[in-house]
Design a protein around this ligand. Structure first.
Ligand code: 3HC
Length: 292
């Protein structure tokens, strides 16, 4: 694979917007594509807000912020993304949806374009085949909030070529982030360890080990985690965590990955965490109030 000189991002949700932001700040011409105009408008606003915070804190100068904004385009046109040199997919965690996009994109993109997926639990191999460019397919797993979290897992599928891997590692470094290489197993490195921990916190709550507040305090103050597990679950999204757990359970058939009943009930109730205003905490209150 030749050098990355432009970036296409599929999906303008939380992760897609964050990825587009860091690519634009690093100086890449960046195209962010979503089918929803509403999602595009929200992404544009959240990027502007995040960049303003960096400027306010003195971590980015105003000229660099303006340059980053000039590098960014928001569109619903798939062809605009197809002609970038690296396309990073960050749409919903659904293999059929992702593969339909990759199949469609493959016929529109030049041979040299590399495809990447920000999947958190699906395997790269399952998408590499559908993309019809298995050697030029790699996993790039970012962490939320993307502008702040320094890590990116670079996932080597069985068919990923050496040149694709090295270009992906170099791209991550140019973003100012730290790459770690992960094998193509569901959950890669971080979610393999993080997801059972989050699900165990829900099981501890179900068993009455402690309250939401005390379990969060325990892990924050006792172990130095920046957020307790319930604050983090609300931050990541209960539906997202449930979906990741289901995919990992399907892969490993180990109960540690199985979403506990309480999590499923909360998702059914529409309590998805911060994004819906309510999860393990109620965000209509200030400070947010833990469920009782
Ligand atoms: N853009 C720019 N600046 C931001 C920002 C954003 N999106 N969000 C927060 N900030 C800034 C704030 O302005 C603040 O700046 P200051 O320190 O100079 O005042 C600073 O970042 C810290 O923010 P807060 O005071 O609001 O909150 P915290 O001190 O708690 O830090 C955090 C926020 C960095 C998110 C920290 O709580 C943290 O590291 N949490 C854990 C996050 C985590 O584990 N993420 C991984 C989730 S798993 C995942 O993504 C994988 C997926 O597959 C599930």
């Amino acid at each position: 694979m030749s050098q990355v000189d432009s970036v296409g991002v599929l999906g303008a949700g939380l992760m897609g917007a964050g990825i587009a932001q860091v690519a634009a700040v690093a100086g890449y011409r960046t195209v962010c594509r979503d089918v929803s105009q509403d999602a595009l408008a929200k992404a544009q606003a959240s990027i502007a807000k995040s960049l303003a915070r960096f400027v306010e804190k003195g971590n980015l100068n105003a000229a660099d912020r303006d340059a980053a904004l000039r590098h960014l385009t928001f569109t619903d046109d798939l062809d605009a993304v197809a002609h970038t040199s690296l396309v990073i997919e960050a749409v919903t965690e659904d293999l059929a949806v992702k593969n339909t996009l990759f199949t469609d994109l493959n016929v529109r993109s030049p041979h040299r374009t590399v495809f990447a997926s920000n999947t958190s639990s699906l395997t790269i191999g399952a998408m590499a085949v559908a993309s019809n460019r298995p050697d030029r397919f790699v996993g790039l797993h970012f962490f939320n909030p993307v502008p702040l979290m320094p890590l990116v897992e670079v996932v080597r599928g069985v068919t990923t070529s050496e040149s694709t891997m090295s270009a992906a590692m170099e791209f991550v470094q140019r973003l100012g982030k730290v790459p770690i290489e992960a094998r193509d197993t569901s959950g890669f490195i971080v979610n393999l360890l993080l997801v059972p921990y989050l699900l165990d916190a829900v099981r501890a709550l179900e068993r009455g080990a402690g309250t939401v507040t005390d379990i969060d305090r325990g892990m924050k103050l006792g172990c130095g985690y920046p957020m307790g597990p319930f604050t983090l679950l609300d931050f990541v999204g209960l539906d997202t965590t449930m979906r990741i757990g289901e995919i990992m359970f399907e892969e490993y058939r180990e109960t540690r990955y199985a979403p506990p009943p309480l999590l499923k009930r909360m998702v059914l109730a529409g309590w998805l965490g911060r994004k819906s205003g309510r999860g393990f905490y109620d965000y209509s209150q200030d400070p947010p109030r833990a469920m009782g």
